[in-house]
Design a protein around this ligand. Structure first.
Ligand code: AMP
Ligand code: ZN
Length: 302
């Protein structure tokens, strides 16, 4: 029997207790709302760009954000980056458009690889994932700012945060851990980032959609195999079996030990494209990838 309502049959094991489907859906929505409220992720009048990849996490975020939009007085602007990776990208775009439409929202499709004249591929010492990540971060921020959004929401889940924390902890990259907060305030041309699924797991986003028959892209990115954060997620799955609640405890402990204060680093502007960069030579990572000759420019100025 369900631990919450004590009426319906329990069907899912979630966060240490057996729940019925209704109570499970309610528990996901309640925790999402709690994160939004506790960390003041949204304010009345916000225009929030929603980065939708078509996967279970960002589609869940789209659905959950649409539930609070009216009552919180915020405007949603979902968008999808088509990264031109063949069939995978076509499917991802289609699903993103379909779900947004079913919620009565217009979703904008952006094609960064056309705009920037780049292809997602290995470049020098940069892996495909690192190239793709740099292009995504660049385009998400640029698009959000250009449409006049004051916030940009991504579908990072507790699983993402825990594995990113562990990886950066092992690399002693503490600043990055401080930056991955539920909200990271923007400066200059950097738009404020919010991560409303900070305490929601991937198991939950998957079930949240499946129980409501909402479509999402099931295929993995063709390049994702072997990505470090994916391997680290498996570490947490094992840990969860040993110590239930490990992911959330780990994330909370890291935030407490390493510190909450997001360090607002000075945001410079790229001298080639004008987009924000933290690089001292003022060439952003995308311009560096696009123009190999810019590497020599940067080394001269160092
Ligand atoms: P990832 O870096 O692939 O783990 O994705 C993290 C978040 O970035 C997702 O939850 C989305 O919010 C966003 N994102 C990733 N890929 C795309 C895409 N192709 N279009 C729009 N947003 C994306
Ligand atoms: Zn640039």
């Amino acid at each position: 029997m369900c631990r919450e309502c004590k009426v319906r049959e329990a069907k899912l094991f979630s966060r240490g207790s057996w729940l019925c489907e209704d109570c499970f859906l309610y528990s996901v929505e309640r925790r999402f709302r709690k994160t939004v409220r506790k960390y003041r992720l949204v304010r009345e009048g916000d225009k929030i760009a929603l980065a939708i990849s078509g996967g279970k996490d960002s589609i869940s975020m789209l659905v959950l954000m649409s539930k609070i939009a009216d009552e919180m007085g915020i405007q949603l602007a979902p968008f999808h980056l088509n990264l031109d990776m063949g069939e995978y990208s076509e499917k991802a775009e289609k699903i993103s458009l379909k779900v947004a439409k079913s919620l009565g929202l217009h979703l904008e499709v952006v094609r960064p690889t056309e705009e920037l004249e780049v292809k997602i591929r290995r470049m020098g010492r940069r892996s495909v994932c690192s190239v793709c990540g740099a292009i995504k971060r660049y385009s998400m921020n640029k698009f959000s700012r250009e449409i006049g959004a004051n916030k940009l929401a991504t579908g990072h889940t507790l699983d993402d945060i825990a594995s990113i924390f562990l990886l950066n902890f092992l690399n002693r990259n503490y600043d990055y851990i401080r930056k991955m907060a539920p909200i990271s305030y923007g400066a200059g041309k950097m738009v404020t980032r919010i991560r409303p699924l900070y305490y929601i797991t991937e198991f939950e986003t998957k079930k949240y959609l499946e129980l409501q028959n909402i479509a999402y892209l099931k295929e993995k990115c063709p390049h994702s195999e072997g990505a470090k954060t994916i391997e680290l997620k498996k570490v947490f799955e094992n840990l969860e079996e040993l110590v239930p609640g490990s992911k959330a405890s780990f994330v909370r402990s890291m935030r407490r030990v390493i510190g909450y204060e997001p360090e607002v680093a000075e945001v410079l502007e790229c001298r080639i494209c004008g987009e924000p960069t933290s690089s001292k030579d003022r060439i952003c990572s995308v311009c560096r990838m696009r123009r190999p000759q810019s590497r020599s420019v940067s080394s001269q100025s160092d």
